[in-house]
Design a binder for this molecule. Structure first.
Ligand code: TYM
Length: 354
């Protein structure tokens, strides 16, 4: 038995402003993972067309996500930073995966149901097939580890199902061509061409909630700007949003169990912990017994001190976009070369000529 070479892959959509949920659930983890790992971070611009076809400034949005990656500390030389449409092999593999995935699997995707809303007949075919393209994004590099927020868990389970079905259906072809390695999935030995991707979701803020309603995810599409902290917010806006964040009348508990049934308190403690690189237990050891009137100003200071250097650097990078464009171009070339190695083998496995 052997193992696939570890490769970290993740992506962020260039739709709307990045917020604290994107930063804590994803980008901050991307930064931490670059130490000692081979990492590829992608601005998934093709995904941006699935929910909304026409965008006023898609290029600007793509650049601003890349700027957020760089401003947060991702090294684009050591890692690969690029935009998805620069590597057409993603779409090519996605087509094959569309033929691997079953309609029944797609019908279970809760994010499609949420995004399509009531009038599902009017949703784009791209939105429906979205998770298949997402699987291709990762597997075209034979990616093994994927840092994401909790909302992407089901999509990554689907990526595993697609990889497994491809491996099993094409087992003979994979063996004959001399590709793939022997792995175990659960108890079962499998000769695999594609790895079983592992989601990296854990951490104190896998699902950052709205500041106005602890039962709703912090999201780009929430009509209330007070519900989220945007990465481009200035210190005043951050302070105002945290001061106005919904809480309950009690102070902070000293034990983690005391956060049960208190989603707003739990959310703010999780945000503090993630920003400070601590656990929620550490935060409660420090603030247990204190009122929100003490905790919120400490959270404002921490959020402003952490986010304002990133915001400042993003603004600077966006003033002259030639640097960002050069990073994306270089990343696109390196990503394309790697994706083509996989696609050459996949074409061979499937039986295409050429
Ligand atoms: P996207 O662009 O919606 O979000 C980018 C990342 O931010 C995370 N996230 C959150 N984490 C915690 N709390 C929140 N409130 C919150 N909101 C968003 C998301 O989980 C995600 O990690 N389908 C993906 C993009 C994608 C992708 C991929 C990801 C396309 N291909 C391949 C990984 C691998 C998406 O729409 O993310």
């Amino acid at each position: 038995m052997s193992e696939f070479k570890k490769l970290v892959f993740s992506g962020v959509q260039p739709t709307g402003n990045l917020h604290l949920g994107n930063y804590l659930g994803a980008i901050r983890k991307f930064v931490a993972l670059q130490d000692g790992n081979d990492c590829i971070y992608c601005v998934v611009d093709m995904h941006a067309l699935t929910a909304q076809l026409v965008h006023d400034d898609l290029r600007g949005q793509i650049r601003s996500i890349a700027a957020a990656f760089i401003a947060s500390g991702i090294d684009p030389v050591k890692n690969i930073v690029f935009n998805q449409s620069a590597v057409p092999q993603h779409a090519e593999l996605a087509w094959i995966f569309n033929c691997v995935a079953r309609i029944g699997w797609m019908n279970r995707m809760t994010q499609f149901k949420d995004k399509a809303g009531k009038d599902r007949e009017q949703a784009s075919l791209g939105l429906y097939a979205y998770p298949s393209l997402m699987a291709a994004d990762i597997l075209v590099y034979r990616g093994t580890h994927v840092p994401v927020g909790d909302d992407q868990k089901q999509h990554l389970e689907l990526a595993r199902d697609i990889a497994m079905k491809f491996n099993l259906d094409y087992a003979e072809h994979i063996r004959k061509a001399g590709y793939g390695i022997d792995i175990t999935v659960g108890e079962e030995p499998v000769h695999a061409y594609f790895p079983m991707v592992e989601p990296l979701i854990d951490g104190p803020a896998p699902r950052v909630m709205s500041l106005r309603d602890g039962s709703k995810k912090m999201s780009k599409s929430d009509p209330s700007d007070l519900s989220r902290i945007n990465l481009m917010d200035d210190a005043d806006a951050i302070s105002k949003k945290i001061r106005k964040a919904k809480t309950d009348p009690d102070g902070l508990p000293s034990e983690i169990d005391g956060l049960k049934g208190r989603p707003e308190a739990d959310n703010l403690v999780g945000i503090y912990a993630a920003l400070a690189d601590k656990t929620k237990i550490d935060v409660l050891a420090e603030f247990g017994g204190q009122q929100f009137s003490v905790f919120k100003p400490a959270l404002v200071d921490l959020a402003v001190n952490t986010l304002s250097p990133i915001t400042g650097e993003m603004r600077r990078l966006m003033e002259d976009t030639s640097h960002i464009d050069a990073i994306l171009k270089d990343g696109g070339e390196r990503a394309r070369a790697r994706a083509e190695v996989t696609m050459n083998e996949v074409r061979d496995i499937v039986g295409f000529l050429g």
